[in-house]
Write a protein that binds this ligand. Structure first.
Ligand SMILES: CC(=O)SCCNC(=O)CCNC(=O)[C@H](O)C(C)(C)COP(=O)(O)OP(=O)(O)OC[C@H]1O[C@@H](n2cnc3c(N)ncnc32)[C@H](O)[C@@H]1OP(=O)(O)O
Ligand SMILES: CC(C)C(=O)C(=O)O
Ligand SMILES: [Mg+2]
Length: 557
């Protein structure tokens, strides 16, 4: 038995901010994005990326349109160092892209970081040290002042090193690492100390990045922390306030969204949320959330499948099939009532209007997905979804009463199969149920004549070796055939429903006819297909009778 005991965990303190402003704000534009896939994402992998994988991911990040990309921790490994050198020496950094590198506030590592950046046109040097209570007490055994000294010395060294490379345009970033677990007054104190060294201004700003290194609270508390920080930090006008949330509680995207409402300008994250433990903030989700609210995310995500492929190839991690926007099942409805609503909304959609399709927050086509996957069938599905698949893939536009009739057959099949019923299987079931009814009567030659507005029908029915010649009359061929069959079977037949359409647009199109007959008080459906519409109708009637009455009963007639 484990020691599952919630009393070991104290609740996270709330922030006293009674006049908080962020809850009434709305997101109105994309933040300044920074991808940290190649650093934070990479440091969390079982096998860090090879040079080739880093290169592939870099190209994808550039293609997506990131302007700021953290490319590594060059002081940590020769791989990261060489990757930075490769980008610089082979001129692989587009003019509008700035690379960012991470270093701890440690003298030897800062020196090496700048060496890696030699010759770069523009770069962000991102320096951090841990500031949280637990790290101060348990990891560094230091007072607040000692932690401030580490940050200040790191900031000074960064400034000094940068001065050695005057041809590079430098931007500095400081992270009080584990900000989420740092007392707010101390977070402000340490950031102010760093900024006293860098002296940022609106013309030459610095980035202050406030990581939820570990997500420890509900997103509203993180937003309060950000708003509190923004109000109390000095030189706010010279700061680009950046967020870097992790997903320990599953709310990294929400925290970043609320953090932007609370005053942040910039957001760091990764594609599909790869990163330490439960991951970094997923930029794809946050960007698509903006997109789905009519806000330009300023990232190109229309080639989603290619993005997923790159992420998989580079991280060796799968993308969950229900990953927001990107997963393979996120636009798929299996359940009947969802399918019914989607089918109706899609049929009534008008491209000139804003997107309004129940259960689909965005048009799947926007990110390169087809409608093929929108509706898939299993035992949870209803008639609407089944009809959608039959029409979309096979051209049969079933009237509602036939949808009801046919869905029972699909439901029974799905339950027996205990799985999904694909489109071909649905077509097979449709044919077996209505078009290939074995052992019944089939239509032979027929002749129609008309006298005094009444159609006279002579028709041959065949079954096995038997042939019968029938006659009937009525107001139209269908009525005449019903009359003939009534006489032949001795049953009470009433035509209840009739519907027809062409099966394709071509000149030799087949016609399909859907019939519902009342036979001795019970309703029975039939379907007939033929190049000739009259024959399709007669086949449909015969199908309904064959299915309802059964060959023996007919034979006995
Ligand atoms: C939240 C984040 O994502 S932060 C980024 C984390 N990313 C990484 O760590 C990936 C890359 N890191 C690495 O490759 C290595 O950790 C390195 C190269 C940076 C450092 O490696 P090492 O020098 O072997 O140290 P290691 O990481 O094991 O431990 C950190 C040491 O640095 C010390 N340290 C931390 N900050 C400072 C500082 N500012 N000045 C001096 N020492 C420091 C720690 O106290 C610890 O010292 P100890 O070994 O005496 O206990
Ligand atoms: C280095 C910092 C920004 C980090 O990755 C974190 O705190 O999560
Ligand atoms: Mg991180």
């Amino acid at each position: 038995m484990g020691k599952f005991d919630h009393r070991r965990y104290p609740a996270f303190p709330t922030v006293s901010l009674p006049d908080r402003q962020w809850p009434d704000r709305r997101l109105q534009r994309a933040p300044r994005w920074c991808s940290v896939d190649l650093r934070d994402g990479n440091q969390a992998l079982i096998e860090p990326m090879t040079a080739q994988q880093k290169s592939l991911l870099w190209d994808q990040l550039v293609k997506i349109g990131f302007r700021e990309i953290e490319v590594g921790f060059p002081s940590a490994s020769s791989h990261d160092y060489n990757f930075v050198r490769d980008l610089i020496e082979n001129d692989r950094i587009p003019a509008d892209v700035t690379i960012q590198v991470l270093t701890p506030a440690r003298e030897d590592l800062i020196e090496k970081t700048f060496a890696a950046l030699e010759g770069v046109h523009r770069a962000i040097v991102h320096v951090y040290n841990s500031t949280s209570t637990v790290q101060r007490e348990r990891v560094f055994a230091m007072e607040r002042s000692g932690i401030v000294d580490i940050a200040r010395s790191g900031a000074r060294l960064v400034l000094d090193c940068a001065a050695r490379y005057p041809d590079t345009e430098w931007l500095f970033e400081y992270s009080p690492e584990s900000f989420s677990g740092t007392e707010l007054d101390f977070a402000v104190e340490v950031c102010d100390a760093v900024m006293d060294v860098w002296e940022p201004t609106p013309e030459k700003p610095a980035i202050v990045n406030l990581p939820a290194t570990v997500e420890m609270s509900t997103p509203n508390v993180y937003a309060d922390q950000i708003e509190w920080f923004c109000r109390h930090v000095r030189r706010r006008e010279g700061l680009i306030v950046s967020l870097h949330t992790h997903n320990d509680r599953g709310c990294a995207v929400a925290a970043a969204e609320l953090g932007v409402l609370a005053g942040a300008d910039r957001v760091e994250g990764t594609l599909m949320g790869n990163g330490e433990r439960t991951g970094n903030m997923d930029i794809v989700t946050m960007a698509m959330n903006l997109y789905s609210q009519g806000i330009d995310p300023e990232l190109q995500l229309g080639h989603m499948d290619e993005i997923i492929q790159t992420v998989r190839d580079c991280t060796q991690l799968p993308v969950h099939p229900r990953h927001p926007y990107a997963g393979e099942l996120v636009f798929t409805a299996f359940s009947g009532s969802h399918q019914d609503a989607i089918k109706k909304c899609l049929a009534r959609r008008d491209d000139a209007e804003p997107w309004q399709v129940a259960y689909l927050p965005i048009d799947p086509a926007d990110i390169g997905r087809s409608y093929q996957e929108v509706i898939r069938i299993n035992s949870q599905s209803g008639k609407g979804g089944i009809a959608y698949v039959l029409q979309r893939d096979h051209g049969y536009d079933l009237p509602r009463w036939l949808q009801i009739d046919f869905s029972a057959a699909v439901q029974a099949h799905a339950e027996a199969a205990e799985g999904e019923v694909d489109s071909e299987a649905i077509l097979g079931l449709f044919r077996d149920t209505y078009l290939n009814v074995s052992g019944g009567w089939t239509l032979g030659d027929y002749q129609i004549s008309r006298a005094a507005a009444v159609d006279q029908l002579q028709v041959i029915l065949a079954r096995g070796g038997q042939r019968h010649s029938l006659t009937g009359s009525g107001n139209g061929v269908v009525a005449a055939f019903v009359d003939a069959m009534q006489r032949f079977t001795g049953r009470q037949l009433v035509l209840v429903e009739y519907s027809e359409h062409a099966l394709s647009q071509s000149a030799d199109a087949e016609a399909v006819c859907y019939i519902q007959l009342n036979i001795d008080g019970g309703r029975h459906c039939g379907v007939g297909v033929s190049h000739d519409i009259v024959q399709a109708s007669l086949n449909g009637i015969l199908c309904a009778i064959n299915r309802a009455v059964g060959q023996d009963a007919i034979a006995a007639a």
